[in-house]
Design a protein. Structure first.
Length: 442
C-alpha cells in the first residue's frame, strides 16, 4: 500500500467524526458565547489540517493506531435511560458532589450537586451563566491543540463539559466525583473537564472513566486544571474502560506560586489507551507529585506521556510511574522533565519501574531530563524486569505456594501507588481490583 493510500485509509475514522460535527455545528454556535465559538472554530481548523498520528511520529512510535483507524464511530443517537441504582456500585463513599455523564451527555438524574463551601460546579452551559469570568481565562487556554489532533478534536466538539470553580481560601470538605460512563458500542464521546482552584483553596477531584458494556467505543477526553497561588489539589484519574475501548486523553495543569498538585493516574482498561499529562510551573516555588500505575494484560496497549515544565525557580517535582504488564500487552512510558533557563533551585526526581509477568509482555520506558539552568538537583531512573526470584523463594519458605507468592508480590508492587490515594473507599476499591487482576494474570 502506498503512503498516500495509507493516509486516506487512516483518515476514514476522522472523516466520519468530522461529518457528524458539521451536522451539529450550527446549533452550538447559536447557544455559545463568541469567544467559545471562536475557540471551537480554531480547533476545527486544526483538525482539518492534522492527520492521525503514526509510528513515524516520534511521540507515537510505540503506539500504532491501525486498529483505531479501522473503526467507525458516531455521536450518541439515543441516550441510555439509566437509573440511580444502576450506578450505585460506582459511587465513591466520601463524595457528596457527583457529576455524571453518560456516553458524553450530562445525566442530571444521576448527579448529586450538594453545596460544599461555596464550590461552583455544573455543566459548561449552566456555569457560563454564573461563572463566565472564571471560565473564559482558562477553558482551552492551558491545553495546546495546534499540533495535537485528539485535543483539537475534543475542543471542536466542546459542548457538555464538567466545570468546577473553587473560591479562593476555600477548603472542600469532600472529594468531587466526575463520572464518565460508556453504555453503548460504536459511540464516540469527547469528555471535557475544567477545574479552577482559587488562591489558597484545597480540593480533591476524582476523574473516573468506566464502562457498563464490553464493546468497542471511543473516549476522547481533555482536562484542564488551574491552581492559584498557594492552592492545593489532589487529582485522582481512573481509566477502567472496556477492554475493547479506545481511550485518548490529555490533561494540562498550570501551577501558581507555591501551589501543590498531586496526581494519581490509574490505567486498567482499553484496547489502546493514551494519556498526555503536562504540568507547567508558571510561578515560583510550585510543587507537583505525579504517580501512575498501568495494570494491563492480554493484547492491551497503554501509553503514558508526561511533561513537567519547570519554568520558574524553586520548583519541586516528584514522579513515580509503574507498569504491571501480563500476556502479550505493551506498556509505554515517556516522562520528560524540562528545567528552563532561570529556573534555579529546581528539585526534581523521576522513577519508572516496570514489572513483566510473561515472556511476551513488553515495556518501552524513556525518562528524559532537559536542563538549562546550572543550580538544580535532578535525578531519574528506570527499571524493567520480572519478579525477584529470591523474594518468591522467601515467601515459599514461609509456606506459600509459588503462585500465591507471585500474586502477593505483584499486588504489593502496584499497591505502592494506590496507597498514596487519600480517598479511603476508592483506595479499597482499587486495591481489590489490583488484587483480582494480578491473581488472574498468566
Amino acid at each position: 500500500m502506498s503512503t498516500g493510500t495509507a493516509l486516506v485509509t487512516e483518515q476514514g475514522v476522522l472523516d466520519g467524526l468530522l461529518a457528524s460535527l458539521t451536522q451539529t455545528a450550527g446549533s452550538l454556535v447559536s447557544t455559545q458565547p463568541k469567544w467559545l465559538t471562536t475557540l471551537r472554530a480554531q480547533a476545527l481548523e486544526r483538525v482539518g489540517a492534522l492527520t492521525l498520528p503514526s509510528t513515524h511520529d516520534e511521540a507515537w512510535r510505540f503506539t500504532p493506531l491501525a486498529a483505531f483507524a479501522r473503526q467507525s464511530f458516531h455521536p450518541l443517537r439515543t441516550p441510555t435511560a439509566l437509573l440511580p441504582g444502576d450506578i450505585k456500585h460506582l459511587h465513591i463513599e466520601e463524595a457528596t458532589t457527583r457529576l455524571v455523564f453518560v456516553d458524553g451527555v450530562h445525566a442530571p438524574q444521576l448527579s448529586s450537586l450538594k453545596p460544599d463551601a461555596g464550590l461552583a460546579v455544573g455543566t459548561l452551559a449552566s456555569m457560563l451563566a454564573r461563572q463566565a469570568s472564571s471560565i473564559e481565562p482558562h477553558l482551552g487556554q492551558h491545553l495546546a491543540f495546534h499540533d495535537a489532533l485528539f485535543a483539537a478534536l475534543n475542543t471542536a466538539f466542546l459542548q457538555d463539559a464538567a466545570v468546577l470553580v473553587v473560591p479562593r481560601e476555600t477548603t472542600l470538605a469532600a472529594p468531587v466525583h466526575v463520572l464518565f460512563i460508556s453504555t453503548q458500542p460504536d459511540v464516540a464521546s469527547h469528555p471535557r473537564l475544567l477545574l479552577v482552584a482559587g488562591a489558597g483553596s484545597k480540593a480533591t477531584l476524582i476523574e473516573d472513566y468506566v464502562a457498563l458494556h464490553p464493546g468497542t467505543y471511543f473516549t476522547n477526553a481533555v482536562a484542564e486544571v488551574a491552581l492559584g497561588a498557594n492552592a492545593q489539589v489532589s487529582h485522582v484519574r481512573i481509566q477502567r474502560e472496556s477492554q475493547q475501548a479506545f481511550h485518548m486523553a490529555s490533561c494540562a495543569v498550570s501551577l501558581g506560586a507555591a501551589s501543590r498538585y498531586h496526581s494519581a493516574s490509574i490505567t486498567l482498561g482499553g484496547q489502546i489507551s493514551r494519556l498526555d499529562l503536562k504540568v507547567l510551573q508558571s510561578a515560583d516555588a510550585a510543587e507537583c507529585a505525579l504517580d501512575g500505575l498501568a495494570l494491563i494484560g492480554g493484547q492491551q496497549l497503554a501509553d503514558t506521556h508526561t511533561f513537567i515544565d519547570h519554568a520558574k525557580p524553586h520548583g519541586v517535582s516528584r514522579q513515580l510511574h509503574k507498569c504491571i504488564v501480563g500476556g502479550a500487552a505493551h506498556a509505554v512510558f515517556n516522562g520528560q522533565v524540562m528545567v528552563r533557563p532561570g529556573a534555579q533551585k529546581t528539585d526534581s526526581a523521576q522513577s519508572s519501574r516496570n514489572l513483566l509477568l510473561s515472556d511476551k509482555a513488553q515495556v518501552d520506558t524513556q525518562p528524559q531530563l532537559e536542563i538549562f539552568a546550572d543550580d538544580v538537583k535532578c535525578t531519574h531512573g528506570a527499571t524493567v524486569g520480572q519478579l525477584d526470584s529470591d523474594e518468591v523463594f522467601y515467601l515459599q519458605s514461609r509456606g506459600l505456594s509459588e503462585a500465591v507468592a507471585r500474586n502477593l508480590l505483584t499486588y504489593a508492587f502496584g499497591a505502592e501507588v494506590i496507597n498514596r490515594i487519600s480517598v479511603a473507599s476508592l483506595r479499597r476499591q482499587l486495591e481489590q481490583t489490583v488484587l483480582e487482576q494480578t491473581t488472574g494474570q498468566p
